[in-house]
Design a protein around this ligand. Structure first.
Ligand code: HEC
Length: 161
């Protein structure tokens, strides 16, 4: 009887100890996950470089009436801004993403309608909104324009039948 009691007390202590250990390693894991998130989180500027490339590709897709590609590029731009809102929560600029949203909506509509004239107009709106956000956030020296040459030479922007 004494032995059984002894055994159960030790088991109890042992499992309590295990619980503590488990709590500790879960805590460590949470800290590690947080550290990794910080380390591998794209910075605001990195999102912007991606957006810059999509902005340029979008132009060549639209003026070539390559609506499938244009739809893809505007989708990528939209997603990047959604990620900025989700991920860059400690940057006050993330609260101003709304500046770009009407232009994205207007471009999306032009692309759905396969309307090049509307596309060109909405593209100007988009570029103006990029610059508007930069000015609002004191990055007015990052001036965005309609591209004058394709951003890459290893991609064909023309529409395929
Ligand atoms: C929510 C506001 C906002 C909008 C909208 C916005 N930007 Fe930016 N952009 C910024 C901020 C803030 C920076 C500076 C980021 C940093 O480096 O910390 C920046 C920087 C940039 C840079 C410089 C990146 C570098 O390191 O060289 C480019 C290029 C750029 N943006 C392109 C664009 C384009 C193209 C659009 C429109 C499709 C756009 N941005 C829309 C806020 C915005």
């Amino acid at each position: 009887m004494k032995t059984i009691l002894h055994l159960s007390v030790s088991l109890l202590l042992f499992s309590g100890c295990n619980q503590q250990q488990a709590d500790k390693s879960a805590g460590n894991l949470a800290v590690q996950v947080q550290e990794l998130k910080e380390k591998y989180r794209p910075g605001f500027g990195e999102y912007m470089i991606g957006i810059q490339l999509h902005h340029s590709k979008l132009w060549y897709a639209g003026i070539n009436n390559n609506w499938k590609l244009a739809d893809y590029e505007i989708g990528e731009i939209k997603e990047s801004f959604e990620s900025i809102k989700d991920v860059e929560t400690d940057r006050p600029e993330s609260k101003t993403v709304g500046i770009i949203e009407p232009a994205i909506a207007s471009l999306t509509a032009a692309i759905v309608q396969k309307d090049e004239k509307e596309f060109r107009k909405s593209y100007d709106l988009l570029t103006a909104a990029c610059n508007n956000c930069h000015t609002t956030n004191h990055y007015e020296f990052n001036v965005i324009i309609t591209p004058t040459a394709p951003p890459v030479n290893n991609q064909d922007f023309t529409a395929k039948p």
